[in-house]
Design a protein around this ligand. Sequence first.
Ligand SMILES: NC(=O)c1ccc[n+]([C@@H]2O[C@H](COP(=O)([O-])OP(=O)(O)OC[C@H]3O[C@@H](n4cnc5c(N)ncnc54)[C@H](OP(=O)(O)O)[C@@H]3O)[C@@H](O)[C@H]2O)c1
Length: 290
Amino acid sequence: MKILVTGSNGQLGSELKLLSALYRQFDFTFIDVEEVNLAEEVSIRAYFADKHFDFLIHCAAYTAVDKAEEEVALAYAINAGAVKTLAEICLEKKIRLIHISTDYVFDGEANQPITETVQPNPVSVYGKSKLEGEHHVLSILSNAYVIRTAWVYSSFGKNFVKSIRHLASQREMLGVVCDQIGTPTYAYDLASALLQIVDAIHRGQADEPGVYHFTNEGVTSWYDFAYFLVQESGLNCRIQPISTAQYKTAAVRPKFSLLDKSKIKATFAVQIPHWSESLKICIDKLNQGA
Ligand SMILES: NC(=O)c1ccc[n+]([C@@H]2O[C@H](COP(=O)([O-])OP(=O)(O)OC[C@H]3O[C@@H](n4cnc5c(N)ncnc54)[C@H](OP(=O)(O)O)[C@@H]3O)[C@@H](O)[C@H]2O)c1
């Protein structure tokens, strides 16, 4: 069975590449912007013209949340336009699409874990462009999966964990936002869940297309996440709680984005570690220079 993964240089794509070694029964192809420029429809169509895959795990995206407020057209081209083209190709070539989306499709006004039935209402260009991408997937394909995740980090790529470790090794004090609540996602755990899902579909064990939520277990703020990270990393830096109002960013972020994972756990029997346990594993990898 042939699986194509986009965004292979990104956090999630890199973890999928690592884990693919455990799934010898599948034939993986990993691509990034060098092979296909998602901002150009002709580039996407040219790539698929003479190829066939059984599954497409679409990890690539325009992920620069603040920059998207300026680069609106590019964000929409990659997060919505390219997704429409990919969904059309999947329909034509009978490829099963697993599309990755975000908690930023929500406005942050909820006060309980957000299920897949909650109405999205994005408050940033990034969130709006990703929601448009979801709509394309779900309107073109009846057998696709949209997996929303949040606060992704990994030993690969650029992310909050690596930035905080870097800054904390250089400064005595760091201010981190304490009034945005959610759950981090170790990209390795998401990659592992995605491959379990593909395997379950392939074996005919479970197959219920639609929208799913996935993060690690637990709940935290960016402040508590950073505090735990700095403690566990053995860094001597004081983490100071600050408010969102004190930390101005171009894009508005949801203040509450705790995703409910009941559906993915019930459907695919996915075991999800607590965020603190996964963060310790990532810290170990980073300490080993991974
Ligand atoms: N990061 C988060 O906190 C977060 C949170 C919620 C949801 N998500 C979603 O999770 C998925 C995976 O995110 P991630 O953290 O792995 O992202 P990432 O590390 O930023 O990787 C994104 C990948 O997309 C590629 N890409 C960007 N523009 C492209 C283009 N024009 N053509 C082809 N490839 C292009 C990037 O390539 P280059 O690096 O070479 O440009 C990179 O390999 C995305 O759908 C994202 O929206 C992420």
